[in-house]
Design a protein around this ligand. Structure first.
Ligand code: UDP
Ligand code: MG
Length: 317
């Protein structure tokens, strides 16, 4: 039995690229089916993430043109990670393998052949890894590299240079469905599910049209989310730092006492001010980090739905 593949594609305000890239995904499915690697029941599944432009209309139009195109629509914009999750959860009971990929044509679609090959050889998860970032701007490349290094330093282990281009078997997705967290950081969570995995490298191209939705601000947000949902290392660092400061303070107290006892105490306004400023600054940062975790707990306890599907291009069964 040849496996059924669902290509899961999150789309947010992508009316410029969709008409260009959609036929590329379809062709990939046709080619893979033609050589007998996947079944002809395979589909291109678009997830409209509450776009404000004509994206959903385009998806509906595509699904009328060819039955290989299908789509779901989220009730509002919930962000890339939630859109991918919605697509994966929707696909998991209908197929054997999913490949998630962005719709902007930046990730090399041809790497899918190798991904499917690896699956057929027995891997349940295949991570797409960027081999070069030549086409990214220096700034994007630098921030992205720092992102992975920082994540690793903070104890959130992720596959280096892997974004959200990956093959996941439905077996892994069935298990992943039991991960109920609201704070999603898929590239950190999928490795936690386990199963046999491998990587496939590809070169990353420029966006075909439209603009990136991941400016620096969102990258920092994603990094903070990734770290706080995968690791408690920052909290440990705070404790460690607190111990160091406490030790220095202890030495300071001894020094102050000795100076006072020797009758040499002078009115040290500058040193006093510096210490107060420094310690209160450090304390505020530490409180902020702890607050970040409390915020996470707060959102998790609410256990709100991670996605809400308002429309499908097919009748629900
Ligand atoms: N995306 C989404 N919801 C959002 C933002 C982005 O579904 O709120 C989709 C977007 O349509 C694209 C993918 O996520 O398919 C990656 O976004 P983008 O290409 O803007 O990010 P970059 O490649 O620049 O990191
Ligand atoms: Mg992109």
């Amino acid at each position: 039995m040849t496996p059924v593949l669902y290509i899961v594609i999150p789309c947010y305000n992508e009316q410029e690229v969709l008409p260009i890239t959609a036929p590329m995904f379809l062709e990939k499915i046709r080619n893979l089916a033609a050589v007998g690697k996947i079944s002809d029941e395979s589909r291109v599944l678009f997830v409209n993430d509450g776009s404000k432009d004509r994206t959903w209309e385009i998806i509906k139009e595509l699904s009328r043109q060819d039955p290989h195109y299908i789509g779901i629509c989220q009730s509002r914009n919930r962000g890339h990670q939630n859109a991918v999750l919605a697509g994966l959860m929707e696909a998991k009971d209908r197929c054997d393998i999913t490949i998630s990929i962005d719709c902007d044509g930046q990730d090399d679609i041809d790497a899918m052949d190798q991904m499917v090959d690896e699956y057929l050889k027995g891997c349940d998860v295949v991570y797409g890894v960027r081999s070069s970032r030549r086409t990214d701007t220096f700034f994007k490349r630098f921030t992205a590299q720092s992102f992975y290094k920082f994540l690793a330093a903070m104890g959130a282990e992720v596959v280096y240079n892997h974004a959200d281009y990956r093959l996941i078997s439905s077996r892994v997705l069935q298990e992943f469905a039991n991960f109920k967290e609201v704070n999603l950081f898929l590239r950190g969570l999928i490795p936690l599910v386990g199963f046999k995995s491998t990587t496939v490298s590809y070169s990353r191209a420029e966006r075909i049209a439209g603009e990136s939705h991941y400016p620096l601000k969102k990258m920092i947000g994603l990094a903070v989310d990734g770290i706080t949902s995968l690791s408690v290392k920052p909290l440990r660092l705070i404790t460690g730092f607190g111990l160091v400061v406490a030790l220095i303070s202890f030495i300071g107290v001894l020094w102050a006492l000795i100076t006072a006892l020797c009758g040499k105490a002078v009115t040290g306004w500058a040193s006093m001010t510096c210490i107060v400023c420094f310690v209160s600054g450090v304390q505020l940062i530490c409180l902020g980090i702890i607050g970040e975790y409390i915020g996470k707990i707060y959102m998790e306890t609410k256990a709100r739905p991670r996605y809400i599907i308002s429309e499908r291009t097919w009748e629900r069964d």
